[in-house]
Each structure stands twice: as structure tokens, then as C-alpha cells.
Design a protein around this ligand. Structure first.
Ligand code: GLN
Length: 507
């Protein structure tokens, strides 16, 4: 048994460290859970959480402690986390950040929730609650939540990014050691970048979408957000893997143990050039005038560190990068308009109190339940799918989507991973972009193309830019190369300490 630690400091420990303490028996899951619940209660003003239920969380912690006492030693057992509020949960409400689902209770858990949770067969993690997000995961600043905006723990007047803004803020402020997120066009990577944490969007299909409130089904993908690549690897190992009876797009590939792979392939941090042979491609389009100089400086600083670790930098081209914005903002709303048609006041969600007939009930329920951004996307989506416009917009976008994916394959003949910024600027002020949705769409420029291609990508803390705000480095891998991305990020994190920096809110 190691020296008993001061429980007041438990939130400074990451997933792997907490797991070690729990396995040693120097702290119990109940103690860890109580500690984080107290922090969540102290920091309600951040707006990161939409729901907690201490009774439920502590019951789960007791179940984890019983498994630990019985000698079980699985890597995540007893460690707490929280879920983005688009994963349905039996024990907590699920709103997807929308008034439409204000009182919604799911009769079942999402596959990600059950795989990570304490129910039999799960990894044994304790759920601390549900995390704020943009309504139906539509947004880049978490300002589209129907409940409240989330504050960036590094500067409370700024956004934490979106749509997984609650997840990012909660991890950055040390209210949770890890969280789940979803990424349709950047919603794991961009908030991770803007709050100085690590997050990975796996290859499309790597994690089951069962029980994830659908936004754009051909793009939606779940992934972990935590402080380090190692912690993300631990979570992803539990999350990944086929879900044949529930999500036909989940990949029929055995799940990998990313953490073991990462530690096995790169155990020696003292080795001179642990990344020797790794070719990192830098797309010229990611390093142009559109990116703020402070962000570019941090990204270039991180790349210099990768070179010291033995990697080589090569120039590559992703010529259709600019088109990823219009293409995504045709395809994602098209799919959203179809997915959101289920919220009709009958089968799910809000129903208007007063209406004259069935059509009026649909109209009023949907107008009252959906916020501005969801409504905008339903209208755009319905338009681009309508007769006469389908070929001009939707079909054209699908064709360009294919070309974007092909460009990546061409680039991957010259390099192993692609790197660049995640976001063209650091986190902006709350309210700054809310009057102009297009300004917010443009901020997605570096994350959308890999989403359209279905490739894995991650954000790794890489330094600070204007206003002392965090900057993330994006690493994009070829299909199924999560282990390679996590391994490269892990080596970088062994050599640097950007991922260990915490805002004052986390003290
Ligand atoms: N910002 C993008 C959007 O608004 C991506 C959102 C996401 O990945 N869920 O659609």
C-alpha cells in the first residue's frame, strides 16, 4: 500500500493514476466519487453539468468498491466520469441540450454508457452526471444549449468550444477525470483544443452509436476526452468494438487494448528518438492566412518537439479543404432534418399545451421545442433534400465528400499522420459569434474534412496563445490508426507538460 494521499488533492489525478490508487486500496471509489461530486457542486456556475444524482453515483461507487474488494482489477474500475448529454442514460435525464427533451428519461443505456459503467460486463466506471452541450450537438461554442452556455475554465468570459463544451470544461476544471464526447464535425477535438485537454475522435464506426441522440448519422462518432493520451487510450479500449445487434455501422473489428499497445510500443521515454520513422504531413491549406498567428506559433512549436522526438515533417496538400465547410453544412443538416423528424410531440419530446388539430400540434410542438440553430438546420436540410434541389446540393456535396476522402488517401502515400491546428483561433468570447452562425461554421475549417472522410483525429494540448488561452495540435490518422495517433501523442506528452497545465478554477 502506498502512502495515504490527501483526499483534497484527488482531482489532480488523472484516470490512470486514480485507477492505480483504487487498485492499491489507498482510496475507495466512494471517496473519489464524493470528492468529485463536491467539486461539481462548488463549480455549478461553469454550467458544465445538466444533471447529477449523488445517490445514484454513490450506489455505483459502492458497486465498484465491492468488485475491487472481491479482487477484480480491470483498468478503469471505480474511476468516475461523466457523459455528454447526448448519450441516453436510464439513471439520469437525457436532454441533448434541447428543450425538446426536457423531461426525457431513456428506458435504456447507450452502448457507450453500459460499456463504461458498473453494470455487469462494463468497465466499472462511476457516472457523475450528464454534461451540457449544444442542442443536438449542433454548434462550436456550446452557446446553442437550451439551458445555459458553458464557461471556459481558463477565462470565464469565453466559450469552451462545442458541441461537447460541458465535457471539455468539466475535464479542464478537474470536475471529472474524464468524459465522453461526440464528434460529428469536430465536437471532441475543438472543445478539447479550446480548453487544453486531450480528446480523440475514432474512425467512424469504431464506437457504437446505439443510444446516442442522432445528429448526422454518417458522421456522428463517440470518443473519450481526458487529460492525457494515456487516459484517452484507457477509455477508448473500453468504448471501441462492434455492436452487431444494435449499430450496423459499427466496425466488425476486434477492440484493441490501446493503452497496452501504447505503453508496449513506446515504453522507453528515455529512448532518444522514440518517434523515429514517423512522417508527419503538414497540409499547406492548414497553415495559411486563415489561421491566427498565435495558434500557428504554438502548433509549430509542438511540431518542432515532434521533430526532436525523431519524426520528420513533410508538406502535403488537401486541396479541397475549403469546400469541407459548404459540403458539411449541406450533408449534416440534411441528415439532421431527417433524424430530428422523430421529435413530433407524439413519439418523443415536448408537446405543445394548446393546439387545434394534429398539424397544429406538430407545428407548435416543434416550434416551441427546437432552438434557433436546430430549426435553421432542419430548414436547410429539408431544402437541400427537396425535389429539384437534391441533385444540385445534396448529391453534389456527396460527390465532393468522396473527393475529400480521396485527397486524404493521396496525402497518406507521403506521410503516416497529418498534423495542423484544430481551431483557427483560441476560444472566443461568449456572445461574440452568436449573432452570425456562419462565423461559427467557419471556425470548423480544420476539423470538418477528416470527419467527412471518417478518419480518426485527435487534439493534443500544444501550448497557449492570445489571452493565455490553450491551443491544441490536431493529429489525423488513416482509418483504424487510433493506436498510432495515441502513441505519437503519448510520446509528445512524455516530453512536454502542456497537458498537465490547469486553469486556476482547477486548484
Ligand atoms: N461545429 C460543428 C457543427 O456545428 C460540429 C458539431 C459536432 O461535431 N457535433 O455542426
Amino acid at each position: 500500500m502506498s502512502t495515504p494521499m490527501n483526499n483534497l488533492d484527488l482531482h489532480h489525478l488523472g484516470v490512470a493514476e486514480l485507477a492505480t490508487k483504487l487498485a492499491e486500496g489507498s482510496v475507495s471509489s466512494v471517496e473519489v466519487t464524493q470528492h468529485f461530486l463536491a467539486r461539481i457542486a462548488q463549480h455549478v456556475d461553469l454550467g458544465a453539468f445538466l444533471a447529477t444524482n449523488p445517490e445514484v453515483s454513490l450506489a455505483q461507487a459502492r458497486a465498484a468498491d465491492a468488485r475491487l474488494a472481491a479482487g477484480e482489477r480491470t483498468p478503469l474500475l471505480g474511476v468516475p466520469l461523466a457523459h455528454k448529454d447526448v448519450f441516453v442514460t436510464r439513471d439520469f435525464p437525457t436532454t441533448a441540450g434541447s428543450k425538446m427533451l426536457e423531461d426525457y428519461r431513456s428506458p435504456f443505456d447507450a452502448t457507450m454508457v453500459s460499456r463504461l459503467g458498473v453494470a455487469p460486463g462494463g468497465a466499472g466506471m462511476v457516472t457523475l452526471g450528464k454534461l451540457n452541450c449544444d442542442e443536438f450537438a449542433m454548434g462550436s461554442g456550446n452557446e446553442n444549449s437550451a439551458y445555459q452556455p458553458v464557461q471556459n475554465p481558463w477565462d470565464l468570459s469565453r466559450v469552451p468550444g462545442g458541441s461537447s463544451g460541458g465535457s471539455a470544461a468539466a475535464v479542464a476544471a478537474r470536475l471529472v477525470p474524464a468524459a465522453t464526447g461526440t464528434d460529428t464535425g469536430g465536437s471532441i477535438r475543438q472543445p478539447a483544443s479550446l480548453t487544453g485537454i486531450t480528446g480523440i475522435k475514432p474512425t467512424y464506426g469504431r464506437c457504437s452509436r446505439y443510444g446516442m441522440v442522432a445528429f448526422a448519422s454518417s458522421l456522428d462518432q463517440a470518443g473519450p476526452m481526458a487529460r492525457s493520451a494515456l487516459d484517452c487510450a484507457l477509455l477508448l479500449s473500453a468504448m471501441a468494438g462492434p455492436d452487431p445487434d444494435r449499430d450496423s455501422t459499427s466496425l466488425d473489428m476486434p477492440e484493441a487494448n490501446y493503452a497496452t499497445e501504447l505503453l508496449a510500443t513506446s515504453p522507453d521515454s528515455t529512448k532518444d528518438k522514440p518517434l523515429k520513422g514517423l512522417r508527419i504531413g503538414l497540409p499547406t491549406q492548414f497553415f495559411g492566412a486563415g489561421c491566427a498567428p498565435d495558434v500557428l506559433a504554438a502548433v509549430r512549436g509542438a511540431l518542432a518537439e515532434f521533430e526532436k522526438l525523431g519524426a520528420t515533417l513533410v508538406d502535403v496538400s488537401l486541396p479541397l479543404t475549403e469546400l469541407s465547410i459548404p459540403v458539411y453544412y449541406v450533408i449534416a443538416p440534411a441528415e439532421a432534418s431527417s433524424n430530428l423528424s422523430r421529435f413530433d410531440g407524439v413519439r418523443y419530446g415536448h408537446r405543445a399545451a394548446h393546439y387545434t388539430d394534429l398539424t397544429d400540434m406538430y407545428k407548435k410542438s416543434r416550434s416551441e421545442g427546437f432552438g434557433d440553430e436546430a430549426t435553421r438546420r432542419i430548414m436547410i436540410g429539408t431544402y437541400v433534400l427537396s425535389h429539384g434541389y437534391y441533385d444540385a446540393y445534396y448529391l453534389k456535396a456527396q460527390k465532393i465528400r468522396r473527393l475529400i476522402a480521396q485527397d486524404f488517401q493521396t496525402a497518406f502515400t507521403q506521410c503516416d499522420v497529418i498534423a495542423g491546428p484544430v481551431s483557427p483561433t483560441v476560444a472566443w468570447k461568449i456572445g461574440e459569434k452568436s449573432a452570425d452562425p456562419v462565423a461559427s461554421y467557419l471556425a470548423d475549417i480544420y476539423t470538418l474534412s477528416s470527419s467527412l472522410a471518417g478518419l480518426p483525429g485527435m487534439s493534443v494540448p500544444a501550448g497557449f496563445g492570445a489571452g493565455g488561452m490553450p491551443v491544441g495540435l490536431q493529429l489525423i490518422g488513416n482509418y483504424f490508426k487510433e493506436a498510432q495517433l495515441l502513441g505519437a501523442a503519448h510520446q509528445f506528452q512524455l516530453a512536454t507538460d502542456w497537458h498537465q497545465k490547469a486553469p486556476e478554477t482547477a486548484a
